[in-house]
Design a protein around this ligand. Sequence first.
Ligand code: RB5
Length: 156
Amino acid sequence: MIIIGSDHTGIELKNNIINYLKAKNIDVIDQTNYEDQSGDDYPDRAYEICKKVLDTKGALGIAICGTGIGISIACNKVTGIRASVCTDKYMAKMTRQDNDANVLCLGARLELENVYEIVDEFINTEFAGGRHQRRVDKITQIEKCEKEGVAYGGSL
Ligand code: RB5
């Protein structure tokens, strides 16, 4: 299951990606706010996409704003989310493989060479685990320390 959404800058790209995924029989939930397409703020969209990703077993998210940057910053404030802006398929592959990223962020105003390749790589790559699991666990540990107001010590 793919949870997708965009601010007002990314409506067209988002719709194209939805059509692309649906043509491949991949289930998609569209988290776009159709009430306000002129000035939909990316933090609002980020929060809804991320909550839905966390609530849906096995789901990955795709979050779009003008650059992909603002929405990625907002997504990464949600505990349990690892969101990455990717501008090519190598980044998309590596962030799934090494970081177990669960949200792909895309920039609608960038001239991405082949956005569908980036999407494919992201949704088809598995997390490698092993030594990468320890590193991802440390990200979770930082979240926990921040929530509890204690310093992160760097080890688990
Ligand atoms: C909205 O104009 C724009 O700031 C937003 O889409 C995004 O690029 C922010 O990072």
